[in-house]
Ligand binder design. Structure first.
Ligand code: FE2
Length: 345
């Protein structure tokens, strides 16, 4: 590959004349924006220990009342992007949110799509689009773009959840904003009950639902049962994995990020294909090892890590007796919609 001309190779007065007209020569930056063979991601493989972050999050509960935080969150920021950018990857934002007993995080809606994966605690709930969704360990609750949501807590212990948003992408698009709202009126509807079994959907007088997001809560008990059932049915299946889908369309549950649950059998090692999207792994139950190229991370329960796209990732379960269960988020729907999705041999 021949080296291209540098900015310093150009006469100073010529560069100044370009700048005065808001013009930039492409060739000094061409290799940086179009690197050979594969991207050069800023996203770095990064591990966030729950044991390390939990006391800091609980301390935030003492230092900052909910009224002063609105959402009391410690952002899991990727140092490769610079911590101030508050992003885990190009399109993924991760935050650990704390809600204390009796607290209420007021209703709002915004353009970025969010989900929450409940990490610990009982008694909290999120009301989304009028549907009251109880929050229990491992549950996935959607708050898709434009839908009102608020959080309350009737229990007696702190509740913590992992927020996963496409905020960096929507912010980059200059399309990110929020609207505050009044407390929602709870409607008698539960998507997780209406869509309680795969293969059958509600059709009152032959009509399919027209809601864009018919299912807002995906109980962990159901996702876990689906994984165990799949593992028992297919003992030779290498990857025991399910995708959280919109039950009316069969497509991904949200538009930009994809969400999955994976079961690793005792002592299993699983090499994932090299794919273009960045991926986040969060341990719901058990423990796991995550190897990203030559970096090794040991994830305990409730730990989270991320891997950039175009890298080889190998997951492992170090327990010889217990399965481990992972929640996974990635940028697959985004890459597919934009036509840049790739799987490499
Ligand atoms: Fe929100």
């Amino acid at each position: 590959m021949n080296t291209l001309g540098r900015l310093e190779d150009l006469p100073i007065d010529y560069v100044a004349a370009l700048k005065a007209q808001n013009l930039v020569p492409l060739w000094p930056s061409l290799r940086a924006v179009l690197p050979p063979d594969r991207p050069r991601p800023n996203t770095r493989a990064t591990h966030w220990s729950y044991e390390a972050l939990r006391p800091l999050l609980l301390k935030a509960g003492e230092l900052t009342p909910i009224e002063k935080a609105e959402r009391r969150v410690l952002v899991l920021a990727n140092p490769g992007h610079g911590l101030e950018k508050m992003q885990a990857s190009a399109a993924i934002y991760l935050g650990m949110q704390l809600l204390l007993p009796g607290e209420w995080a007021p209703s709002h809606r915004h353009t970025p799509n969010a989900v929450r994966m409940i990490v610990e605690g009982e008694g909290a709930y999120t009301t989304v689009d009028g549907e009251k969704c109880p929050m229990r360990r491992g549950d996935l609750i959607l708050t898709p773009t434009g839908l009102w949501h608020e959080h309350g807590h009737d229990g007696s212990e702190p509740v913590v959840w992992l927020d996963v948003l496409d905020l960096p992408l929507v912010y980059y698009m200059e399309a990110s904003y929020h609207v505050d709202g009044d407390r929602q009126t709870v409607k008698p509807q539960h998507g997780d009950r209406a869509y309680a079994r795969g293969g059958v959907v509600p059709t009152p007088v032959f009509e399919r639902s027209r809601r864009a997001y018919p299912m807002l809560r995906y109980p962990w008990a159901d996702a876990r049962a689906a994984l165990e059932s799949l593992a028992a049915d297919q003992p030779g299946l290498e990857a025991v994995q399910v995708t959280y889908t919109n039950p009316e369309t069969g497509g991904h549950a949200e538009n930009i990020l994809g969400f999955y649950a994976l079961m690793l059998r005792p002592s299993q090692t699983l090499k994932l294909p090299v794919r273009s999207p960045a991926t986040v792994f969060h341990v719901i139950e058990g423990a796991a090892t995550v190897q990203v190229e030559d970096q090794h991370f040991r994830l305990a329960e409730a730990d989270t890590c991320c891997a950039p796209g175009y890298t080889s990732v190998t997951l492992g379960n170090t327990s010889s007796s217990q399965p481990s269960f992972l929640f996974i988020a990635d940028e697959t729907p985004l890459h597919q919609k934009l036509g840049v999705f790739e799987v490499r041999p």
